[in-house]
Design a binder for this molecule. Structure first.
Ligand SMILES: [Zn+2]
Ligand SMILES: [Zn+2]
Length: 345
């Protein structure tokens, strides 16, 4: 029997009678992580990793939320359920489901690179693995985290030496914190948009070490000239930018690998930083599960299904409403609930 099937409401587990990251309101939902295309309002009961609670409540308001640690097993109608690190953002989890000797894992979004702001991806052995494929094309290969951060650091140092603020557009939940955690603040102050600071507070409350961050309103004009500023992408073309005259701007995204994407964004620099697995990362993660059957939920579904089939695996796609990097995973949903500097800071 299939332990997860695609229903109009979302991915459904028939023997356990619950959904995983449903996009329509349901009675029981397991939430892999708090990005808005996975965590939606209106469910009767939520189950998520304990580190997700802060961002989930910040975004969804009062919800009936049960939290668990990684590896903790709970049983629902005879189905054993546990969450395992997905390495994507704070509290992100893969859902392991076991019933009558059959094991399925639904991984939500994941990455396999080292990220100091979240627990590393853990390969979980299973019969069937449900995977994303946001960057499931051979062209997508990420630079090492060390090389990426060195590029950002050097760009910042050059701007600071020239008396120019450095403004990076990065999603308020996940990428912004990863960027902050990887930077050396001896170059100048780290300044964040209010929407980023709201999420920073959840990270700090969950025990993640982030460097000191300040709001632009708390800095002098002289300080801002040496600052590295992290803001949601939507702030980049907005009047909020007026407080950083002559700024050099950049955007951090996996799509920055694609020629033309940076130009379309209209920014000076593009940094290839993603919270999704690249093509080799997807391949290694899938192989490590030992799964003989793989279901692909979003991204380059046909390409990934073809590759899996060539590996001798049983593969198919599910139609879902998840979005890849830069969809509603963006700050578009985060920003309205989080204070913007104009209002709250
Ligand atoms: Zn996500
Ligand atoms: Zn997603």
């Amino acid at each position: 029997m299939d332990l997860v099937v695609a229903r109009p409401e979302g991915l459904y587990c028939p023997p356990g009678d619950f959904y995983i990251d449903p996009w329509r309101p349901v009675a029981r939902a397991i939430i892999t992580h708090a990005h808005s295309d996975h965590a939606r309002v209106g469910h009767g009961h939520y189950l998520a990793h304990v580190a997700s609670a802060g961002v989930l409540r910040g975004r969804l308001g009062e919800i009936t939320l049960q939290t668990v640690e990684y590896g903790e097993v709970i049983t629902q109608q005879g189905v054993r359920i546990s969450l395992h690190p997905a390495g994507h953002v704070l509290g992100s989890a893969q859902v392991r489901i076991e019933w009558q000797g059959e094991v399925w894992v639904a991984s939500g979004d994941y990455k396999v690179e080292v990220d100091p702001t979240c627990t590393p991806f853990e390969a979980v052995r299973c019969h069937t693995f449900i995977t994303e494929s946001t960057f499931g094309l051979p062209i997508y290969r990420w630079p090492t985290p060390a090389r990426l951060m060195a590029e950002v650091q050097q760009w910042w140092a050059e701007n600071a030496a020239a008396g120019r603020p450095s403004v990076v557009g990065a999603y308020a939940f996940g990428k912004a914190q990863r960027l902050l955690a990887g930077l050396d603040a001896s170059t100048g102050p780290l300044v964040v948009h209010g929407a980023v600071e709201a999420v920073n507070q959840s990270y700090r409350a969950a025990g993640v070490a982030l460097p000191e961050t300040r709001l632009a309103s708390d800095c002098s004009a002289t300080e801002l000239k040496r600052a590295l500023v992290v803001a949601p992408p939507s702030a980049l073309g907005s009047p909020w930018m007026k407080r950083f005259p002559n700024a050099s701007d950049a955007f951090a995204s996996g799509w920055m690998l694609v020629r033309g994407a940076r130009r379309r964004r209209g920014v000076d620099r593009g940094f290839v930083m993603s919270d999704h697995a690249d093509w080799p990362g997807l391949q290694s993660a899938i192989k490590a599960t030992g799964a003989q059957r793989v279901i692909v939920t979003h991204g380059s579904v046909p390409v990934m299904v073809r590759w899996l089939t060539e590996q001798g695996l049983q593969a198919e796609g599910f139609r879902t409403e998840y979005e890849g990097e830069g969809g509603s995973e963006a700050d578009t949903a985060a920003a309205p609930e989080a204070p913007t500097e104009g209002e709250a800071a």
